[in-house]
Write a protein that binds this ligand. Structure first.
Ligand SMILES: [Zn+2]
Length: 337
């Protein structure tokens, strides 16, 4: 940890201990917040590599929920569309198997309802994984051989363990390339990489809890138990890079699919990735046309129009120290950036 961070953390701990952050919360603190979660896993299943830092252990997740119930208010998810409701909401992205088997039982234990954002094409098995996980698993599977990749136009192979290359670095470089080149057909790019390297596009299913999706009966069951289901688009691509007709497919088709599966209307879209690098005004306009009432981002502030279709969210890092959680939830921490 850097010196700056350790000074900040000591300050947060002291503020919490003497009640300054509690006072801040009462006077100026965040009154309403939407928290995003992804995977909740047993400690032994946490991957060594987590590009997006989106994995939590079961233990830490439960502590965070206990913390929120003690110091803040967790509201029923049905209140999400009510701008006057003060408190916090729990949302869970991507629809992975661990959401059903590990995360949801903890919510049930504390009598909390949440919003689960799922991608119908991935549930249907159209693609084996979200592309970023697929990419990581491919690279990991073939890490002991030379790897040809598009960011140097397949001219020279790279190899993990040689010239300082790590699995981590290679995956990051490819992600960066996707964003720089604004690759709309990411799954096509993965197919291309497989062809150039003579790899199989399909992967052996290891760690199903981390890398498999919930099936429809599990999603329906969550809905029956009082949780809400949102669209997370059909295929989890970067919306901003897609032409309008593809954006429409992602937003309209996913809504229809979910409504058919659940027998109810689906009025919330959780944009994949959720920052301004992935969402633009045309995304918001198409979400509105598609009939969504609520749209969730993954950032705190932005300049997009239509506030209810671009609601901010924040996430907790995988920590359970009350001082730090309190500072993030109340907004106190952001005074020290
Ligand atoms: Zn996602």
């Amino acid at each position: 940890m850097s010196f700056k961070h350790s000074v900040r953390d000591s300050w947060l701990a002291a503020s919490y201990a003497v009640g300054v952050s509690e006072l801040y919360k009462k006077l100026w603190g965040r009154k309403r917040g939407i928290i995003s979660y992804h995977n909740v896993l047993p400690l032994s299943k946490l991957p060594h590599f987590d590009t997006y830092n989106v994995d939590q252990t079961v233990e830490v997740f439960e502590k965070q929920i206990q913390f929120l119930q003690k110091h803040f208010r967790i509201l029923p998810i049905q209140e999400l569309g009510n701008p006057k409701a003060e408190g916090f909401f729990i949302t869970v992205d991507d629809g992975m198997a661990n959401n059903y088997s590990l995360l949801a039982p903890i919510l049930d234990k504390y009598d909390i309802s949440a919003l689960f954002a799922v991608c119908p094409a991935l549930v249907n098995g159209q693609y084996p994984h979200i592309w970023r996980d697929h990419l990581f698993l491919l690279l990991r599977q073939y890490q002991h051989q030379p790897i040809w990749l598009p960011f140097n136009h397949y001219r020279e192979p790279l190899q993990v363990g040689i010239n300082g290359e790590t699995l981590n670095k290679l995956t990051r470089k490819l992600k960066k390339n996707v964003y720089e080149q604004q690759v709309a057909d990411i799954y096509g790019l993965l197919k291309e990489i497989c062809q150039k390297n003579e790899w199989s596009y399909e992967l052996s299913d290891d760690e199903p809890l981390r890398y498999q999706f919930m099936n429809w009966s599990q999603i329906q069951d969550l809905h029956r138990r009082g949780h809400s289901i949102a669209s997370h688009t059909m295929t989890h691509r970067v919306l901003k890079f897609l032409p309008d007709h593809e954006k429409q497919y992602e937003l309209i088709e996913s809504k229809k699919h979910l409504e058919n599966q659940l027998g109810t209307s689906v009025d919330t879209i959780v944009y994949p990735y959720g920052s301004l690098a992935e969402i633009d005004e045309s995304t918001i306009a198409i979400a509105q046309e598609a009939g969504y009432q609520l749209g969730l981002m993954n950032i705190q502030t932005h300049s997009l129009s239509h506030p209810m279709l671009a609601l901010p969210r924040f996430a907790f890092p995988p920590i359970d120290t009350p001082a730090h959680l309190h500072a993030i939830a109340s907004g106190y921490k952001f005074l020290f950036r």
